[in-house]
Design a protein around this ligand. Structure first.
Ligand code: MN
Length: 293
C-alpha cells in the first residue's frame, strides 16, 4: 500500500490517502478506529503504530472511493509525528571521498570511520513534505541537498538483532537530508526547519522486495546531480537498525535517513529539486528563501 498525507491546494486540510495508479483515495475516516489517548500521549506516530489494524479499512475505503489525480494534491510528510529522525553519515564510498576532499563539507578535518562518527539526529521539527518545500536560511552560507532512502520504523524496539531488523520497518519513502555546511555540530546544521523532507508517500515494506537494490536520482533544474543505487550503501539497512537500536529505543514513525551518495551540491532560492526512487515514485521539492516577517 502507498499511504500519503496531503492537503488540497485550494481547500487545505490534512487528509490521509491511499495512492493507486497515480490517483489518491481519501481514507481519512479509517483513523476513527485509532484509540483515543489522553495526556501523556504514547511516543511515536499513532497512525503508523496502528497501521496493521487500520489497513483493511483503508483498503476498503479506497476500493469504494473516487480517486483524485495525485498531481492535483499537495503532499505532506507521510509521517506526522516521529520521535526522532536518525541520520547515517558518509554511507556511500564516493560521497565519503567527495566530502573529505571538499573543504566546505569536511572543514579540513580528516575522514573518520563511520563507527567513530556515530549516527546523528535531526530535529523532528525540521520535517516537511515535498509540497512545503525547503526554506533556505543563512543565504550567505552553502546549503546542500542530500538524496536518501528513508526507512520508517513500524513498531517499538531496542537492541534489535540483524536478522529481525527489517521486520521493524513499516515502509519506505524518499528522504532529503538538507544541510547547512559549516563548522557547527552536524545535528545543529541539519535541523533547520524544513531541512528534513519525506515524501511523496510511504510505500509499505511488503511492496518492496529488496529495498537494498533501488535505483535513485536527484536533479536540479534538469541537471543530474546525484544518481546511485542503495546496493552501494556501506552500512546496509538492517545494520542501520541494529546500530541505531543499540543507542535509541525506536518508536513507530521514527525515520532513518540512510545516507547520501556522491553529487551533493548547493541549492538556491527558486531551484526545484526533482527526486525519483525505484519502487517508490517521484517528487519535486521547491527551494525558497526563508522569510522573516
Ligand atoms: Mn545525509
Amino acid at each position: 500500500m502507498r499511504l500519503c498525507r496531503y492537503t488540497h491546494r485550494s481547500a487545505g486540510g490534512n487528509r490521509i490517502g491511499v495512492v493507486r495508479d497515480g490517483a489518491v483515495f481519501d481514507v481519512t475516516a479509517a483513523l476513527e478506529a485509532l484509540p483515543a489517548h489522553r495526556y501523556p500521549f504514547p511516543p511515536g506516530d499513532q497512525m503508523i503504530a496502528g497501521l496493521d489494524g487500520l489497513r483493511p479499512k483503508m483498503e476498503a475505503l479506497a476500493d469504494a472511493g473516487v480517486g483524485v489525480p495525485a498531481d492535483e494534491l499537495a503532499f505532506l510528510s507521510p509521517v506526522a509525528n516521529p520521535t526522532k529522525i536518525i541520520g547515517v553519515p558518509q554511507n556511500y564510498e564516493e560521497h565519503a571521498q567527495e566530502a573529505t576532499a571538499d573543504h566546505g563539507i569536511s572543514q579540513g578535518k580528516p575522514r573518520r570511520k563511520m563507527e567513530d562518527q556515530g549516527l546523528f539526529l535531526k530535529a523532528s521539527s525540521a520535517l516537511v513534505g515535498p509540497s512545503e518545500g525547503v526554506a533556505l536560511r543563512f543565504g550567505d552560507r552553502r546549503t546542500d541537498h542530500e538524496a536518501e532512502l528513508g526507512m520508517i520504523i513500524g513498531r517499538h524496539g531496542s537492541d534489535i538483532a540483524y536478522e529481525d531488523a527489517m521486520g521493524y520497518v513499516a515502509g519506505f519513502a524518499i528522504a532529503m537530508d538538507m544541510v547547512v555546511r559549516g563548522p557547527e555540530d552536524r545535528s545543529f546544521r541539519k535541523s533547520v526547519d524544513s531541512y528534513a523532507v519525506l515524501g511523496p508517500w510511504m510505500v509499505t515494506a511488503d511492496e518492496i522486495a529488496d529495498p537494498g537494490a533501488l535505483d535513485f536520482f536527484l536533479s536540479v533544474g534538469g541537471e543530474m546531480r546525484q544518481k546511485n543505487n542503495t546496493a552501494n550503501l556501506i552500512l546496509d539497512l538492517p545494520g542501520q537498525i541494529v546500530w541505531a537500536s543499540k543507542f535509541y529505543s525506536l518508536y513507530p514513525g521514527d525515520i532513518i535517513m540512510s545516507g547520501t551518495c556522491a553529487g551533493v551540491g548547493r541549492v538556491q532560492p527558486g531551484d526545484v529539486m526533482h527526486l525519483e526512487f525505484q519502487s517508490i515514485g517521484a517528487m519535486d521539492v521547491p527551494v525558497r528563501a526563508h522569510a522573516v516577517y
